[in-house]
Structures are given as C-alpha cells and as structure tokens.
Design a protein around this ligand. Structure first.
Ligand SMILES: [Zn+2]
Ligand SMILES: [Zn+2]
Length: 728
C-alpha cells in the first residue's frame, strides 16, 4: 500500500500574485472560478483528493444495509451506492459519514437517503454552505459565523457591514442556483489545528472556534456543527471543470457528494440580526434563514404549510379577533386578555376546574411569591436559578447613614407551585385514609424566559399552570398514574384534540445527575410504561430525557394541520417528599413517605389557549366562542322579531346578540364571518310568518326556517354538550 504525499504548500513564483492564506473566499476563490490562472489551492487541492491507493488484490467484509457484503478494499460509499441515487450519505457504526469515504472492514454501514431525517439535515447544511459561498461572492468582506441545519431548514451567520435586504436574498438565491448547477464537489479534508488556522486565517470567527476546539469547549449556539468530536476537518467546494477549490469552510460535515443534489428546491426565507454564539455579550451578526427539500413539490408543500400556519398564527388572530395582546408597557411575555379572550379563558378554566373536582381533586390556592428559602428546601434553587426571576429584597431597614439596622429578606416570584402544595400537605398530620390526596389549582407562575424565546401565548413569562400534585402510597401509585393519564387525555379530547402520542422520558444510567435509587427508577418507569401502553396511545421512548428527580410521561398533541405541541405531563418526584419531610400514618401506625406525582394537564391555560386558537384557526367551538349567536335581520323591519329570539337564547345562558346596526345585510353577514361567530340566525318575512329563523353556519351552509323554539333548543343542547363541530 502506498500513501500519497500529503502535500506541502507550493511556493508561488515571483510572477504569481501574493499567496492568499485561508479561503478568503469572496475575493480569491470567486476570481478563480472566473479563470484566474494561479490558485493558492493547487497543492492544497491535490492533498484534498489524495487518498490511500487501494490494494485491489484484497477484499474486505462488512455489513451493509443489514447484509454481510464483500467489497474490494478501497471501495468508497459513493462507488458502492453508485446506482442508488437517493443515498447521499452513510451511517457507519452509528455515525454519519460522507459517501466519499472508503468502506472499512468489520463496520456496519447503512445508506441514508436524502428524504430521511438525517438526509434532510445533510441536504440543508450543504445548502447553507452554498449560500455562504454566494454571500462571500456578493459581499467579499463578509466573515463567516456558524451555519447549522435547523428544523425544516438552515441558517448561516455573517459579519457584514450592512444587514441583508430582501433584494439581497433574491440575488443570493440566483447565485446559489448557479453554484448548484455547476455541480461542485463537496470535499472533506482532515487537517491539523495549525493547518486549519492557516486556511481560516481570514475568518476571525472560525479562529475563535478553533480555539474552542483546543479547549474542548462546545459551549455556544451552533458550535458543535463546526468543531469537536476529535478531528478537525475542512470542507471545500471544488469546481468540476477546473478542479479548483472555489470555497471552503471549517466544518464537521458530513455533506452531500455534490451541489447538484440540492436541485432548485431551496429558498431563502428571511434575515435577522443574531449574536455571535447566541450571547448578547458578543457582536451582532446578520443571519440568513433558508429551507431546502429533495424536490420542488416538497418545497411547495412546505411553503403552503407555512402560509397555513401564518394564517392560523394565534398572535395575529388574537389581535384580529380582539382576544388578547402583549402591551409593551407590561414587558415581554406578559399577556393581557381582552373581554372576548377573557370569555374563552374563563370557559376553559371553569370547565377544567369542574372536571378536576369531579375527578377527586381538591381546589386550593397559593400566593404568587414566597420567601426564597422555600425554593431552597424544594431544591429548585439554586438548580433552576436561571429560569426564576431575581430575588426581591424586602423588610430591610437602614439608619440615616445607610447602615443596615435590620437585614432584609429575599422573596421570589414562584416558578412552580409544588413547594406550596407540599406545605398544605404538611399543614397537619395525614392518614393513609386521606390518600390519594390530590391538590389542584390554576397556579400563577413566573419564569424568566430569555426575551428572544418568548413567543405569543405559547412561551410566556407569567402563566397559570393547570397544576396538580397527587400524594399517594407506593401501592396506589400505578392506579394514580393511570387516573392522571386517562383524565388528561379525556380533557384534551373534550377540547377537540384527539390525535396524540406519549413520550416516556427516562434517566440516563451513565449520568450521575439523577437522584433516587435504582429500584425507585425501575419501578416508576415500569408503572409509567405499563399504564401508557395500556392506554393504547402510541408511546415513544425518550431515554435520558427525564428531569433529575424522576421519570415522566408527556403528551404530544397534533393540531388540525399536523403540528405537534407538547401538552401535559405526569411526573414522578423522588426529591421533594424527602426534602419537605412529608409523611402520613400508615394502617399499621408507622410513618411513611408518600409518593408525589406532579401533573399539568395542558401545561398552562395561556399556552393551551394559544394552541386552540391555531388548531381552530380562531373558529372556536360554540361552547368556547366569545359570541355564540349573531342575529341578523334581512331588513330593519325584523329587528324586533329577532330581538325576541335573542332574548330567549340569553335566558338560557347563550351569548347571543342582535346586529341592528345601520349596515346593509351582506355587510353584516361578512362581519359575522370575519369574527368567526358559530351561528348566524337570519330572519326575513317568510321566517317571521312561520315563527322561524334560518341558520347560517361558518362553512356557509344554511338550514332554513327552523321553528324558533327548536332553534333555541338545538343551540342550547349543542353548547351544553360542548360539541366541537359546527352544525346543530
Ligand atoms: Zn459546515
Ligand atoms: Zn409540581
């Protein structure tokens, strides 16, 4: 076997332009594409392609896609998968690798197709490289930040003088398409840190990443995409005709074999400012977001999903329907509910509270703040200090000179209700006869979410958890988990969400952050798993995803357009009962520690209201709708007639109103439709003569001349039975 020379950097001759170190891509490499005769990468490039000369006399054996295969030594993944065009990368003993790498004896290899999750990620990250190449052509002094794949797409950060404009994005898309059509090769090269520094000399941010790699520091948003996991690698884009390296980047890879595979199924979606490594202490860079798909059809379908999601965006609907808002004066993530949103919220709370009481929960109440010692007792501090608001110091007294004469006391806005419920449990002696004891409230909690992640009602800083804590004996725990899970799923169904799966989060046996004994974890995990399996709902494992104090089941619900939302959780707690010294007297007179199980059914009322707004696209079921019936006379002459119908409905508790404004009839119908009122009742001459009304539903269908008493009865039954569909 002969090892090819690893290549030393060729010294440029006297006539050559000065050597350019690093890709400095915008300036040098682009000119190379245009045919500049000298390439600083000439030798570099040879080294890139140099590989071990295969010893063809020898065959190797390995497992490929589940079968034992014999191939000639030196065969690359690309050669093996030559005919399987959808395979764009391979998984070797569990780790993704470029197809250009040689197959190794004894390994297990799987081909990864472009439309699988890993394949899509590789496609998207490769598209990010193509975008960065285009950016450095358009803005030669752009310095590269980080460019990872994300859900449905990718981004890349750049240090540039001026932010990108929408026109820039259009130009960049065109430039990218050119690069795609050039069918450039993606090439991987393992380099020493010193070589990497030399190649990246003009990229200050990449040099910082290399320093982080040296320090084995993967902290910072996106860092692990570029460095870490052993080898330092550079990925280059190589022009197929000239063989020149036209662009390169420090990157862990893997990548597609070539740019052609990106096809025309990509789009740049938006640009925004972003701090280097996600920290506001660092410089602000400019980020471009994009998306990429295996086919134009898949891209189109994605764009349609986005448009649909935008149409349903609860922040937009919340303002259009006058439900809630987020006043700047209050601060980030602190919503207010307007009268109409207040109706929906109250209906939800009333119903959820009643259902809890029916199911054996006792409604309690606790304050919004407490001495911070309570959260040290519970163990939330200092563990969750980052997500709690800073302490408020009160009761401190000072003399005229400012010397403290009486030390103050730190209070905290509560971020969780459990410590307070524990105090209620501990408030007096407890007997086994009282168990299961279930305490429930809409507990207002405050969490210090970074203002960048706050989002509408779904990620807020202050919210009401529909929170319960069950205290049970060890023997009662399985039945209690079943009770909580069944209850939670039935509540979701009551609100019209019936497509969900469960996620079982367990501990990582390797990690030492988890408290509780092996038996406790094994038992609790077994209980959760058995109950979840028996529920018949699909169960997805989440190994290592548990909180440090116990395993949990969470409910993931799909909305009307197939998006998944994390809803409630059933959470074991091996931590707090001991920390609070909770106990009850058992039947034999001994003192025992109860098992504590936390359960939030929707997570929070605010978040669930946000999810429901999007699920129903603002067209809430009648029982939740702020206005349930709008009566619209065909002409003014029927105002009085309909006013009587409205009065009958109101007497039955229906939120009905008469539109007796001076607008014309079609305008009134349009208004009701815009406000997404479930039932429009119309009356004209024939209706009045027959003592009837005509229904007009939200889907435009009509039900003509229904006798008034029957119409009232049908609406009342529909609302009382909380029917989630429209027709009565
Ligand atoms: Zn990369
Ligand atoms: Zn709790």
């Amino acid at each position: 076997m002969r090892r090819a020379a690893t290549g030393t950097r060729k010294r440029p001759s006297a006539e050559s332009p000065p050597p350019v170190v690093g890709h400095g891509a915008g300036t040098v490499c682009t000119k190379l594409v245009g045919g500049w005769p000298w390439s600083p990468y000439a030798t570099c490039h040879e080294a890139f392609t140099a590989k071990e000369e295969p010893d063809v006399s020898q065959n190797i054996t390995l497992t490929i896609d589940g079968n034992e295969r014999e191939v000639t030594q030196g065969t690359t993944g690309a050669e093996f998968y030559f005919e399987a065009r959808e395979i764009v990368v391979m998984r070797v003993d569990g780790a993704l690798q470029d197809l250009s790498r040689e197959l190794v004896a004894g390994t297990t290899v799987e081909g990864v197709s472009i439309d699988s999750e890993d394949g899509l990620n590789v496609l998207r990250h490769s598209t990010a490289h193509v975008m960065a190449q285009a950016v450095q052509q358009l803005r030669p002094d752009a310095k590269l930040g980080i460019g990872p794949y994300i859900a449905d797409g990718f981004y890349f950060d750049f240090d540039v003088e001026d932010p990108f404009t929408p026109e820039d994005l259009k130009t960049l898309e065109k430039m990218m398409l050119k690069i795609v059509n050039q069918n450039q090769r993606f090439e991987r090269r393992v380099v020493t840190p010193a070589e990497a520094r030399e190649l990246m000399a003009e990229e200050p941010y990449k040099l910082i990443l290399l320093d982080k790699a040296d320090a084995a520091d993967e902290s910072g948003e996106g860092v692990s995409v570029e460095v870490g996991a052993g080898e330092t690698t550079i990925y280059s884009n190589v022009d197929r005709k000239s063989g020149d390296v036209v662009w390169c980047d420090l990157c862990r890879g893997p990548h597609l074999p070539n740019t052609k595979l990106i096809s025309n199924a990509f789009a740049l979606t938006r640009s925004a400012a972003a701090y280097w490594l996600g920290s506001e202490k660092n410089k602000q860079l400019q980020r471009i977001y994009g998306t990429a798909w295996p086919t134009k059809e898949a891209l189109k379908a994605y764009q349609e999903r986005l448009a649909e999601a935008e149409r349903r965006d609860h922040r937009k609907l919340g303002s259009e329907l006058d439900l809630f808002s987020f006043p700047d004066e209050l601060g980030s993530g602190l919503p207010v509910f307007h009268p109409k949103g207040g109706i929906i919220k109250r209906e939800m709370e009333d119903y959820v509270r009643d259902r809890h009481v029916e199911n054996g929960f006792q409604y309690v109440g606790t304050p919004h703040i407490s001495k911070d010692g309570l959260f040290h007792t519970s163990g939330h501090l200092p563990y969750y200090a980052d997500t709690m608001f800073p302490a408020l110091r009160v009761d401190e007294e000072r003399d005229e000179d400012g010397n403290i004469t009486k030390p103050g006391q730190d209070y905290r806005l509560k971020a969780m209700n459990c410590p307070m419920h524990n105090l209620i449990f501990r408030g007096r002696g407890r007997s086994y006869r009282e168990l299961p004891l279930r305490l429930f409230e809409f507990g207002h909690v405050y969490r210090y979410e970074k203002s960048g992640v706050v989002h509408g009602l779904t990620r807020v800083r202050g919210f009401a958890q529909d929170d319960s804590h069950s205290y049970v004996t060890k023997e009662q725990a399985p039945a209690e988990v079943e009770h909580l899970l069944t209850f939670m799923l039935s509540l979701l169904r009551d609100f019209g969400m019936d497509d969900f799966y469960l996620e079982l989060s367990t501990r990582d046996p390797e990690s030492d952050k988890f408290i509780g004994s092996d038996e406790q974890w094994a038992e609790a995990t077994e209980v959760l798993e058995r109950v979840a399996t028996e529920s018949g709902v699909k169960l997805v494992p989440d190994p290592g995803g548990a909180a440090f104090y116990g395993p949990k089941i969470s409910v993931q619900a799909k909305d009307a357009i197939g998006r998944t939302w994390q809803m409630g959780t059933v959470q074991y707690d091996f931590n707090q009962p001991a920390r609070f010294g909770l106990e009850y007297q058992a039947a034999d007179g001994s003192r025992q520690e109860p098992v504590m199980i936390h359960a939030a059914k929707f997570g929070s009322i605010e978040r669930f209201l946000g999810v429901l707004t999007e699920h129903y696209a603002g067209a809430f079921p009648a029982w939740l709708a702020p206005v349930q019936v709008r009566a619209i006379p065909v002409a003014e002459a029927f105002n009085d007639y309909l006013a009587e119908v409205v009065a009958k409905l109101r007497a039955q508790g229906i939120r009905a109103e008469l539109d007796d404004a001076s607008d014309r009839f079609p305008k009134k119908i349009r208004n009701a439709s815009k406000e997404k009122v479930p039932f429009v009742l119309i009356a004209g001459g024939e209706d009045a003569e027959a003592n009837a009304v005509s229904f007009r539903y939200r889907d435009g269908e009509q039900d003509n001349q229904v006798p008034v008493d029957e119409a009232v009865e049908r609406i009342v039954a529909h609302v009382r039975n909380r029917v989630n569909t429209d027709h009565v």
